[in-house]
Design a protein around this ligand. Sequence first.
Ligand code: ZN
Length: 247
Amino acid sequence: MTDTLVQITDNVWIFPRDEDPARAQPNVGIVVAGHKTVLIDGGNSPRHARRIMIALDDIEAPAVSHIIYTHSHWDHVFGAMVFGATALGHELCRKQLGEMVAKPWSHSYIQEEIQRSPAREAGLRAMSRAMEDWRNFRIVQPEVVFSRHLTLHMDSMTFELDHVGGLHSPDSIAVRIPEARVMFIGDSYYPPASYLRHAEDTYNFALMRSLLSEDIDHYIDGHNPPMTRDTFSRFASGTLPDEIELH
Ligand SMILES: [Zn+2]
């Protein structure tokens, strides 16, 4: 069975998240900008990325030329090697991934990491499950980085990248595509990763409110269904929509 993309607007789709948190498979944004395809995040593994490739072929999308990382967490990055594209992200994202490149990735390394820090077990097991094979694995580091803001013009589309930071991952960015009235916000407003989380940690509502704009109709985060501006706005004021879960 072919995976089905969800169309957001004329030129924007997502390869939707897996609802099972044990799979750690986030939404991946697909933007067709004239003769290029730009991805927002690279998938959690080469296997995930290959499924995305097949789905891109179904909509006859042009080759992927760029991947914009919303942040450096593995589930948004580890599939990128499949696309042979140029990666972009925040300067802290490059720093974090630079440290991850140096690790001896393998199933036995993951087992050692679980021994060393049992609190990370659930995340590491999800990683191990996503990555069926570590041979030839390579982390694609961002070639193009920025510190506060970057505007990219790709054929018919503009990508406005803004550093937003936050407790989930300090390198988080928002990607605004004005022509499509869509904003990709990754995991920016989520609490820290579960093994670093305190009981009182919740969504960063102030960060969410700072992203609200009359010019955006669709908000797409890392692990929830796409939200309309109305839903996102109610969420940002503290009313949790039924379909949203704490990640
Ligand atoms: Zn994350």
